[in-house]
Design a protein around this ligand. Structure first.
Ligand SMILES: [Zn+2]
Length: 299
């Protein structure tokens, strides 16, 4: 095992912000990649880490995010089974390693596209959960960057990446597939669970709520949604997620206004109606803390 492979595996183990830390530590040999047809030309690959979106059609393949480096061979096998030729483009919705871990492998065959802040974070050392991450080698970095939005005209539709500021991180993009009627939300949506919000890297819970509202305004009623984590979702699922964000922010905001400390707020907890949302990586305590910290950020 050479030093680069060791480094990649260490990155994969450390970068489980949005996945399951314990199972990631046990390695990736147990992971299988499941391919789901979403709608039109769009597929979702589910393995471990952030959901992968794929446009597969006459122009070839375009992929959104690439999970962890040790899964790259399995992901390539799943792409090959779509039988639509080569991977031409890879979009990163944000910098986290459970969405960019395969960049070093897939960057050799495809052009990587991402928001400017994704490239700058991947190109420099970051600290996440007390661990050093990166910098990634040159071939893992985006070669095309943008600040607001970018379109790729591919497989018969205008695939549009739209940057939304200060939500999950400071470099998030949502990817729209208008003809296929699909959207990839990146980690602005954790379907059915409290999200991780990376406040240390420009994220803000209030920004997540604002950005989700911006996306909802643009979506047709029958759209299919690929969340960053969780199953393929509907507009109603996204609206339920928005209601959870707004409802729980409201709970914490009222307590902060009445002078409660974070300890008081955690001790009070949330009403049982939000219990079902605590089944993911972020539990109720962690979610309350993220809201509290976001409310304390300078606006
Ligand atoms: Zn993330």
């Amino acid at each position: 095992m050479n030093a680069r492979i060791v480094t990649l595996i260490v990155i994969a183990i450390n970068m489980t912000c949005c996945g399951n830390y314990a199972s990631a530590q046990q390695g990736m040999s147990d992971v299988t990649i499941k391919t789901h047809h979403v709608a039109g030309n769009i597929y979702m690959l589910e393995g471990r880490g952030g959901n992968i979106g794929v446009s597969a059609g006459p122009d070839g393949l375009l992929m959104i995010d690439d999970q962890f480096a040790p899964l790259s061979i399995k992901i390539q096998t799943a792409l090959d089974k779509l039988n639509k030729g080569k991977l031409k483009f890879l979009l990163n919705t944000h910098w986290h390693g459970d969405h960019t871990g395969g960049n070093e492998v897939f960057g050799k065959q495809a052009l990587i596209i991402a928001h400017t802040n994704v490239r700058s974070r991947l190109a420099t050392k970051q600290m996440l959960f007390g661990k050093e991450v990166g910098p990634l080698p040159k071939q893992a970095l985006p070669v095309i960057t943008f600040d607001e939005s970018l379109s790729v005209h591919f497989n018969g539709e205008e695939i549009k990446a739209l940057h939304l500021p200060h939500g999950h991180t400071d470099g998030d993009s949502v990817i729209f597939f208008p003809k296929s009627n699909v959207v990839h939300m990146g980690d602005l949506m954790f379907a059915g669970m409290f999200p991780f919000v990376d406040i240390d890297h420009g994220g803000n819970v209030l920004g997540v709520a604002r950005n989700v509202a911006t996306v909802i305004e643009q979506l047709p009623k029958d759209v299919k949604i690929i969340p960053g984590h969780g199953p393929i979702s509907t507009l109603d699922d996204l609206k339920a997620y928005q209601a959870m964000l707004l409802g729980t922010i409201d709970v914490v905001r009222k307590q902060v206004k009445s002078g409660k400390s974070l300890e008081d707020i955690k001790a009070a907890g949330l009403s049982a109606k939000w219990d079902d949302w605590a089944g993911g990586f972020i539990k109720t305590d962690g979610w309350l803390e993220a809201i509290y910290k976001s409310l304390k950020l300078p606006s």
